[in-house]
Design a protein around this ligand. Structure first.
Ligand SMILES: Nc1nc2c(ncn2[C@@H]2O[C@H](COP(=O)(O)OP(=O)(O)OP(=O)(O)O)[C@@H](O)[C@H]2O)c(=O)[nH]1
Ligand SMILES: [Mg+2]
Length: 301
C-alpha cells in the first residue's frame, strides 16, 4: 500500500472562506468562522483522509495590508504556512473577483511559491452566475500559472470533493503524519478559547472584536465527567469591558452560554464555562499573548 501525506496551505484575503473550507474538508468545526474579516489569527491544522492519502490542511489568517503588530504577526504566519506547505490553494471570492488584494497576493506568490504546486479555488460560486466564473477563471490564470482551477462553494459543498481528490493525489508519498482518527492539531484549551472568541466576534461591533483576545486559564476534569473551564477575555480599555459585560452582565452571559453549548457539542459532555474580563491596556504588545494565540511575537516587528 502506498500511502501519501502532506500539507495544504489555504491562503487568501480575509473572509474568502478558508476556515469554512477547512472545516468542510475535515468534517468538523475546528476553525472558527464569522462573517467578519480577520477572524482567524493563527495557523490551524485540520486533518482529512482521502483514500490512502492524509491531507493536512493549514488554515491561515487572511492576507491584507497589516497595520498593527498583531496584524503583521498574522500575515507573517499566513505566509509561513504557505512556505511550509506541499501545495498552496489560493481562495478568492467569486462575487468580488480579482481585487486589489488578490493582485497583491499573486505578486507575493510569484516570489514565495517557487517550486511549490499552487491551485486556485474560486469560492462562493453560489453567489454568482456561470459566465462570471468563466471570465474570472481566465483573468486569474492569465495572472498566475495555477496548476488547477476549482469552482467551489465551501459553504454548500459544491466542487469540494473534486478539489479534495486532486489534493490527495498531489500529496507526496510517505507515511501518515497523524493517527488516522485525529482531525485537529490544536490543543483543546486553544480550541475552547477560539470558540469563545467566535461568539464574542459575532456579538460585538466595529473594532471591538479586533481589540480583544481570549485565553483558557485552567481546565479541570471533574469526577462526574464534566469539565470546568476558566477563561480570561483581555480587552485594552475600561470602556470595552463595560460593553463586553453589557447591561446587568447580559452580553457576557449570552456569549458564555453560546460558547458553552458549542463546547459541549464538540466534547460530547457537560461543560462549566467561566469567563472573566480583564482590562490590560498593553496586551497587543505583550509577547505572552502572542504565544498563547500561536503567533510569533517577533513577526510583528
Ligand atoms: N455564500 C457563501 N458564503 C460563504 C462560502 N464560504 C464561506 N462563506 C461565508 O464567508 C464568511 C467568511 O468565512 P470564513 O471561513 O470565516 O473566511 P476566512 O477566509 O477564514 O476569513 P478570515 O479568517 O477572516 O481570513 C462566513 O460568513 C462564511 O459563512 C460559500 O461558499 N458561499
Ligand atoms: Mg478564517
Amino acid at each position: 500500500m502506498t500511502t501519501r501525506a502532506g500539507f495544504v496551505a489555504l491562503i487568501g484575503e480575509p473572509n474568502a472562506g478558508k476556515s469554512t473550507l477547512l472545516n468542510r474538508m475535515v468534517g468538523a468545526k475546528v476553525s472558527i468562522v464569522t462573517h467578519k474579516v480577520q477572524t482567524t489569527r493563527a495557523r490551524i491544522r485540520g486533518v482529512a483522509m482521502e483514500g490512502e492519502s492524509q491531507i493536512v490542511f493549514v488554515d491561515t489568517p487572511g492576507l491584507f495590508r497589516p497595520r498593527r503588530r498583531l496584524d503583521r504577526a498574522m500575515v507573517a504566519a499566513a505566509w509561513t504556512g504557505a512556505a511550509d506547505a506541499d501545495v498552496i490553494v489560493l481562495l478568492i471570492e467569486a462575487h468580488r473577483g480579482k481585487t486589489e488584494g488578490v493582485n497583491a497576493i499573486i505578486d507575493t506568490l510569484k516570489d514565495k511559491a517557487q517550486g511549490r504546486r499552487v491551485a486556485l479555488a474560486i469560492n462562493k460560486i453560489d453567489r454568482v452566475e456561470a459566465p462570471v466564473l468563466l471570465k474570472l477563471t481566465e483573468e486569474m490564470n492569465a495572472a498566475f500559472p495555477f496548476e488547477e482551477t476549482y469552482l467551489i462553494s465551501a459553504e454548500k459543498g459544491y466542487g469540494v470533493a473534486d478539489l479534495r481528490k486532486w489534493l490527495a493525489g498531489a500529496m507526496p508519498e510517505g507515511p501518515w503524519l497523524y493517527p488516522e482518527d485525529q482531525i485537529a492539531d490544536l490543543p483543546m484549551r486553544m480550541i475552547a478559547a477560539e470558540m469563545t472568541r467566535e461568539k464574542l466576534t459575532l456579538r460585538l461591533h466595529q473594532e471591538l472584536p479586533y481589540q480583544l483576545t481570549v485565553e483558557t486559564e485552567s481546565w479541570e476534569e471533574r469526577k462526574d465527567g464534566s469539565a470546568r473551564i476558566d477563561q480570561v477575555v483581555y480587552v485594552a480599555r475600561d470602556g470595552h469591558k463595560g460593553i463586553l459585560l453589557g447591561k446587568g452582565g447580559e452580553t457576557i452571559k449570552a456569549v458564555s452560554k453560546a460558547a458553552r453549548e458549542e463546547l459541549e457539542d464538540f466534547l460530547g459532555r457537560k461543560v462549566h464555562l467561566f469567563l472573566q474580563v480583564k482590562v490590560r491596556p498593553n496586551w497587543l504588545e505583550e509577547a505572552e499573548r502572542y504565544s498563547e494565540m500561536g503567533l510569533d511575537f517577533r513577526d510583528g516587528n
